[in-house]
Design a binder for this molecule. Structure first.
Ligand SMILES: [Zn+2]
Length: 170
């Protein structure tokens, strides 16, 4: 019985993560680092977004922040208790801080971020023992897909830069 419940939930997690990946794809199309995020409450999307640092000239416009702002606006509340956030990669320190300020109940992320992850990879901001707010964290949902889209993006970027270099020299 218990196992069935867990299975249902992990199926939901995969389905929502596919939607977060859709956001990441939109970011890539706009030339932004492909990271996407969703905020879910009572089984419905109440916020979504992707990285828009370049589009908005905004160093804080990470997918998670964009999605949290979207949800807070829609719900008319800066506290998002009872909300679940899906992010295609492990949140950075800024986004982890925002998730805590928003009092998010649960975070599910795809790929770990060994360079900036603040859910344990390089920092432990989420569920830090000194902080009051605790959230449930599930890592590794569709991790490969979430990391592939980033790797593809950076590979293409390097290839373009190399081609431009060749063009300049010839
Ligand atoms: Zn971030």
């Amino acid at each position: 019985m218990q196992e069935n419940t867990v299975d249902m939930r992990s199926q939901d997690d995969v389905a929502w993560m596919e939607q977060a990946l859709e956001q990441a794809r939109l970011a890539a199309q706009a030339g932004e680092v492909p990271v996407g995020a969703l905020v879910i409450r009572d089984g419905e999307i109440v916020g979504q977004g992707h990285n828009r640092n370049l589009l908005d000239n905004d160093p804080t416009a990470h997918a998670e922040i964009v999605a949290l702002r979207d949800a807070a606006k829609r719900l008319g509340n800066h506290r998002l208790g009872g909300c679940i956030v899906y992010a295609t990669i492990e949140p950075c320190a800024m986004c982890a801080g925002a998730l805590i300020h928003a009092r998010v109940a649960r975070l599910i992320y795809g790929a770990s971020d060994p360079k900036a992850g603040a859910a344990g990879s390089i920092l432990q901001v989420l569920n830090h023992p000194e902080l009051n707010h605790k959230m449930e964290v599930t890592a590794g949902v569709l991790a490969e897909k979430c990391s592939e889209i980033l790797q593809d993006f950076f590979r293409r970027k390097r290839e373009r830069a190399a081609r431009n270099q060749v063009d300049k020299l010839s």
